[in-house]
Design a protein around this ligand. Structure first.
Ligand code: PLP
Length: 515
């Protein structure tokens, strides 16, 4: 690629490169060691950058979805020491184009189908931009009344859109890993074992405390349990049924067995939308078990929770009217730029008891009458994340968001129908939402089933790598039992039927090549 010429072929970057050579190091004679970029320069580059982002979205399909570089390639192109003197903005941005863009895996590409496909959106980008300009640290109400109050209102909108009852109050964290960890900390606080005051180590009076999850729960729950000092022994994985949902009967048996052994069961984490298959644990069956044993029920709906904004999909949260907390990630399927995760909790008092600590230098006259985000989590300063979600909900409206998610589910069903109609492919899990788990299963000669399965696993892995190496689409995989499953997740705001047809063609080309 020629220096200064965008690898997307934008003329704008050629012009920038020219300007870069002409530009003085600093405008308006301001000494480099004082003050920020001058207003005119900020305005000029601000406009250029929005143009650049617009071009990026227009041309994103010409870029490879998966970064086509080797480990260390980018580092080798970057200076090992920081610049002594400041550099012109044009040169810095030209380097974004020249060095950074080729090293990106493009999550905003409409053929990104890996992991959980997620994407940003224009109003979300504007929200991030404004939030960076305001740079509020919403630790106390007074340090950002706007952030604090907008968060309360926006999350109540989200609660209503998801059909959750008014007993839930929302709070924003960065990720679902952190949301769920905070929920488990609140649950532990409710056990009345003075863990906040006395901790867990060195205590002979403290029996083992246990959290229960399905074997398909996300690893973040185990990490949260480890972080909270409960230890991996403090997590018990419950088997799932043939559709990868927690087996409620096995849960009851595990809890009762643990109780007989002097263990304190205090929390169940059910998953609505598991990572491997998007299976939905039977929350309504788990609720009475938790109630019987006075346990906290947390629902990890990081991925699927957003789908509840679609009225006909609200059933996925059935049972949550009797749960204690629910985590949902607008940064997964509500077109919100990373990061923004929401914890809806019924017991903000317990969350506060677990985390509130107000030193003298943070005391304010109004504190008894207002909410301060830092009372409900490990962080003091908090980003103004509510702004982007507020802008997204206002721009698309409830109907617009529901329509987009509904369309993703339709595309997943369409793809599923192609798999079902083909003799060479098979489905490996139900598709309640917009994630398809499937594999190639052509006729293969093998001495026994185990050998056949091993060969199919190798074939499917090779198909996935072939598709991903083409740069035209990106898939990921999981293991279901002993079967390697390909995963096609549809959640990108720019994905249309054309992209689903393309990836189906790519998959079949790879199969023809490799079979
Ligand atoms: N829970 C589930 C069900 C997930 O699928 C994921 C990520 O994919 C997470 C939690 C973790 O999300 P985050 O990256 O926001 O911590």
């Amino acid at each position: 690629m020629k220096p200064g010429v965008c690898n997307m072929g934008c003329r704008r970057w050629t012009i920038w490169h020219r300007k870069m050579k002409e530009a003085p190091e600093y405008s308006d004679g301001i000494a480099p060691e004082s003050g920020d970029m001058q207003a005119e320069e900020f305005r000029r580059f601000g406009h250029e950058l929005i143009d650049w982002i617009s071009d990026y979205f227009n041309r994103i399909e010409d870029l490879a979805v998966l970064a086509q570089i080797e480990p260390g390639d980018l580092k080798a192109k970057l200076p090992i020491a920081p610049p002594e003197k400041g550099e012109p903005m044009a040169r810095i941005i030209a380097d974004v184009d020249r060095l950074i863009v080729p090293a990106l895996t493009h999550w905003s590409h409409p053929s990104f189908f890996a992991y959980f496909a997620t994407s940003t959106s224009a109003p979300g980008i504007f929200g991030e931009l404004l939030s960076a300009a305001f740079d509020n640290k919403a630790m106390l109400w007074r340090t950002s009344p706007a952030s604090t109050e907008l968060e309360e209102v926006t999350l109540d909108w989200l609660r209503q859109m998801m059909g959750l009852d008014a007993g839930y109050t929302g709070i924003i964290y960065d990720t679902a890993s952190v949301s769920s960890m905070h929920a488990i900390a609140a649950a532990r606080e409710g056990v009345e074992l003075r863990i906040r005051e006395e901790g867990m180590s060195g205590r002979k009076d403290l029996p083992l405390l246990r959290v229960y999850v399905s074997e398909h729960s996300h690893s973040s729950i185990e990490k949260g349990v480890i972080t909270l000092g409960l230890g991996q022994r403090g997590l018990r994985k419950i088997p799932t049924d043939s559709e990868f949902r927690m087996d409620a009967k096995a849960l009851t048996e595990a809890i009762e067995e643990d109780k007989r052994n002097g263990i304190i069961p205090f929390c169940v984490v059910a998953t609505v939308g598991t990572t491997s298959t998007s299976s939905i644990d039977p929350v309504s069956e788990i609720v009475p078990i938790c109630e019987k044993h006075s346990m906290w029920l947390h629902v990890d709906a990081a991925y699927a929770g957003s789908a509840a904004v679609v009225p006909e999909l609200r059933y996925i949260l059935d049972g949550c009217e009797r749960a204690d907390s629910v985590a949902v990630n607008p940064h997964k399927w509500l077109f919100t730029p990373f990061d923004l995760s929401v914890l809806f909790c019924r017991h903000m008092d317990l969350l506060g008891r677990a985390f509130s600590l107000v030193p003298e230098y943070l005391r304010t006259p109004e504190q008894a009458n207002v909410r301060s985000g830092s009372d409900y989590g490990i962080q003091l300063g908090r980003r103004f994340r509510a702004l982007k979600l507020w802008m997204i909900i206002r721009y698309f409206g409830h109907e617009g968001l529901a329509a987009r998610i509904r369309e993703h589910c339709r595309l997943a069903k369409l793809f599923t129908s192609w798999v079902n109609e083909s003799a060479d492919w098979e489905m490996l899990a139900p598709v309640p939402l917009a994630l398809v788990c499937f594999r190639a299963r052509p006729e293969i000669e093998a001495a026994d089933e185990a050998t056949r399965n091993e060969r199919l696993n190798a074939l499917n892995e090779a198909i996935m790598h072939g598709v991903n190496a083409s740069g035209k689409a990106l898939l990921s995989h999981t293991k279901l039992g002993d079967k390697l499953s390909l995963r096609l997740s549809i959640g990108n705001i720019r994905t249309t039927e054309k992209h689903i047809r393309q990836v189906w063609e790519l998959l079949n080309q790879q199969l023809t090549k490799l079979r």
